[in-house]
Design a binder for this molecule. Structure first.
Ligand SMILES: NC(=O)c1ccc[n+]([C@@H]2O[C@H](COP(=O)([O-])OP(=O)(O)OC[C@H]3O[C@@H](n4cnc5c(N)ncnc54)[C@H](O)[C@@H]3O)[C@@H](O)[C@H]2O)c1
Length: 260
């Protein structure tokens, strides 16, 4: 699917991987509806973004809140148009052992991780698919594109090799990975593809907050290159997923050979 002139809904757009995806898609001529629980810090840098600012609309909402997400996305669609693609990057990391020294793992934390990482992804996939279908009903598909839409979900390599303390996080990312194929099968008849990306470790505020005790062994486990991924490298794979029609119903690792 061509990126130019299309509208993309991106969650977690204020930081890290989501911000990099929004910037890359804007650079390629897309319109973007960014969602995040926080305001967008990077779009006010007009020297960098110039006219792209006019193609970006930012909505503040918690991706777990159904009515708020629906309201904010509807507002964004009124501003920049029905969507052709989704990139879900809103997510939270949580580490906790099932059986701690003094207490059992918090059920509240487990539920929150599932809510943000799984329910948030599900809600946005539903909303984005509905928007793509409205667009198709209103307009004939344009150009030579085989695709009418693409949903890109963010999983993690923790989905298949979660570490001690990652029961909630790995479980949530496993759910995102497992949702990918049934979504792709269901939406195929509308010409909508669904792909998940499973990043290894990326230099974003999420990982920059981790202690050397967590970071150093991960750096040592990398095969090549011996560094964490850059958000731009994630965004380049998203761009490829959007443009390459043969990528569908799969989970793509992007990890420098890291096995946790
Ligand atoms: N950085 C990594 O190493 C790495 C590795 C594997 C997977 N991931 C996944 O990639 C995604 C993006 O992570 P990142 O590294 O860019 O982290 P990040 O913390 O830099 O960005 C996450 C963004 O999501 C937003 N967010 C969090 N909860 C939200 C909510 N309830 N509603 C709306 N927005 C919310 C945050 O405000 C933030 O802007 C996450 O799903 C994360 O689990 C990251």
């Amino acid at each position: 699917m061509d990126i130019q002139g299309r509208t993309f809904l991106i969650s977690g757009a204020s930081s890290g991987l989501g911000a990099a995806c929004a910037q890359r898609l804007l650079q390629n001529g897309a319109r973007v509806i960014g969602l995040d629980i926080n305001a967008c810090p990077w779009i006010s840098d007009s020297a960098l973004w110039g006219q792209a600012q006019e193609r970006y609309w930012h909505g503040v909402c918690d991706v777990t809140n159904e009515s708020s997400v629906e309201e904010v996305v509807a507002q964004g669609i009124r501003q920049v148009g029905e969507v052709s693609g989704l990139v879900t990057c809103a997510g939270i990391l949580h580490g906790e052992r099932l059986i701690g020294r003094d207490s059992l793992a918090s059920l509240e934390s487990f539920r929150r991780v599932m809510e943000v990482n799984v329910v948030g992804t599900f809600l946005l996939a539903r909303i984005a698919a509905a928007s793509i279908l409205r667009r198709l009903e209103a307009t004939m598909p344009q150009g030579d594109d085989e695709d009418n839409g693409v949903l890109v979900l963010t999983s993690s390599i923790a989905a298949s090799e979660g570490q001690v303390g990652q029961v909630a996080y790995a479980g949530s990312k496993g759910a995102v990975a497992a949702m990918t194929l049934p979504m792709a099968r269901e939406l195929a008849r509308f010409g909508i593809r669904v792909v998940a990306i499973a990043p290894g470790v990326f230099e974003t505020p999420m990982m920059q907050g981790a202690s050397p005790k967590v970071r150093d062994p991960l750096l040592k486990s990398l095969v090549h290159p011996k560094r964490f991924g850059l958000p731009e490298e994630y965004a380049r794979l998203v761009e490829q997923v959007v443009e390459n029609s043969m990528l569908n119903g799969t989970v793509l690792r992007l990890d420098g050979g890291l096995r946790m």
